[in-house]
Design a protein around this ligand. Structure first.
Ligand SMILES: *[C@@H]1O[C@H](CO)[C@@H](O)[C@H](O)[C@H]1NC(C)=O
Ligand SMILES: *[C@@H]1O[C@H](CO)[C@@H](O)[C@H](O)[C@H]1NC(C)=O
Ligand SMILES: *[C@@H]1O[C@H](CO)[C@@H](O)[C@H](O)[C@H]1NC(C)=O
Ligand SMILES: *[C@@H]1O[C@H](CO)[C@@H](O)[C@H](O)[C@H]1NC(C)=O
Ligand SMILES: *[C@@H]1O[C@H](CO)[C@@H](O)[C@H](O)[C@H]1NC(C)=O
Length: 349
């Protein structure tokens, strides 16, 4: 009886102690939560598009895109997840809703929004899709309509992908190699203008992808039977990345918070995985998994109801899905590598 009384009388003390301890834990959790972004906004091209590109355009909504995840074509230029999905995962968020679906699935507006369209650049490209300026206009319009508030934006991260469509378009228009360095300067300057616009809309943290090694994309290694990266292209990529890093350093110096802008190094992370494929369970580093049967066909081509492409035996062990885009396994390996870099860790702080 005494024992029971004693223990009962101790209960309030225990509760006080316990709640004090829990209060501390909660305070800490809340502090952490405040630094944890609530939303992700995405701008750019097919490296981050998760559904905006129209169903009647090539890739993304056609078989065999999406065969690994979600199991059918779902608007991603891959057999499965793309960089957007891994960045969202890193932030503890659901992958943001493609802009196209904003009216269809309004309950998902709260995770942010993906404005990226395959084929686009900072300038107009041959793609009919909206360039990055227009994509940022879309967010601006949603802010005016009160779909997103100042507080939403302040508690958000933006990711910007400039994966090279401006350069493909430049080359397709017979742009000269001599003119290339100056054009790279224009692309980087326009990217910087876009980054500042996003900052002025109130986004606290803005991440931009450094350009991946274009010379290693299967479209540019086919002539060496997918053995060797084209150094001419990779040198131009290094120039782009140098200028981008300089521009971002300058923007950070001009900002209240000197880690507002973050460059994630897709060049090094791609190279690291391509040079050490087996540590990432990749069996085919350079050869794309899905290819058209002839020069005139791409992955996903169909003619007279006949598939004009082939898919490799094991899409989950290829780095590249098609001539331009990493597979889900490729993006996952790149993500694993990025997570070890200081720059990437800046995203959450
Ligand atoms: C973006 O697209 C719009 C509409 O086509 C065009 O007026 C504008 O000049 C483009 N912006 C850039 C930077 O090329
Ligand atoms: C580019 O040059 C080639 C060969 O000189 C020519 O056939 C083609 O029409 C040119 N393309 C453009 C867009 O000017
Ligand atoms: C890009 O901006 C830098 C710094 O403002 C300037 O020096 C350079 O001339 C610009 N390059 C191009 C090609 O416009
Ligand atoms: C890279 O590709 C371009 C265009 O196809 C070609 O002119 C150049 O010789 C290639 N460079 C190397 C180092 O293979
Ligand atoms: C950014 O600011 C922090 C503190 O305000 C400082 O410790 C850090 O050295 C700065 N970083 C750069 C790159 O200037």
């Amino acid at each position: 009886m005494m024992k029971k009384l004693f223990s009962l009388s101790c209960l309030p003390l225990v509760l006080v102690l316990l709640s004090g301890f829990m209060g501390l834990q909660l305070a800490e959790a809340r502090l952490h939560y405040n630094y944890h972004p609530k939303m992700l906004f995405v701008f750019g091209d097919s490296y981050v598009d998760t559904g905006n590109t129209r169903i009647d355009q090539p890739g993304s909504w056609k078989q065999p895109y999406g065969i690994t995840f979600p199991g059918k074509p779902a608007g991603r230029f891959s057999n499965g997840r793309v960089l957007t999905d891994y960045i969202a995962k890193y932030l503890g968020l659901k992958s943001p809703l493609p802009y196209k679906f904003r009216k269809l699935i309004p309950q998902q507006l709260k995770y942010g929004m993906n404005f990226a369209y395959g084929g686009t650049g900072v300038f107009d490209t041959s793609s009919k899709n909206p360039n990055m300026t227009i994509q940022i206009d879309f967010l601006n319009q949603l802010i005016k309509e009160n779909v997103y508030t100042t507080s939403d934006l302040y508690n958000s991260v933006a990711h910007v992908s400039v994966a090279g469509n401006d350069y493909n378009f430049y080359l397709s228009r017979n742009g000269s190699i001599e003119g290339f360095p100056s054009f790279i300067g224009s692309v980087v300057n326009q990217t910087a203008i876009n980054l500042v616009r996003i900052q002025k809309l109130g986004v606290r943290k803005i991440v931009v992808g450094g350009l991946q090694p274009l010379g290693c994309l299967p479209g540019n290694t086919a002539s060496s039977s997918f053995q060797k990266c084209n150094s001419t292209f990779n040198d131009l990529v290094l120039l782009h990345n140098n200028l981008l890093n300089q521009a971002v350093t300058k923007l950070n110096r001009q900002s209240k918070d000197n880690s507002t802008f973050v460059v994630v190094d897709l060049y090094d992370s791609f190279m690291s995985v391509l040079n050490h494929p087996s540590t990432n369970n990749i069996k085919e580093p350079f050869k794309p998994c899905c290819v058209g049967v002839g020069r005139e066909y791409n992955c996903g081509s169909v003619e007279n109801n006949v598939n004009k492409y082939t898919v490799c035996e094991s899409p989950t062990s290829a780095f590249f899905w098609d001539l331009l885009h990493p597979s889900q396994a490729g993006w996952h390996a790149v993500y694993n590598k990025l997570q070890t870099t200081n720059a990437f860790q800046q995203i959450r702080y």
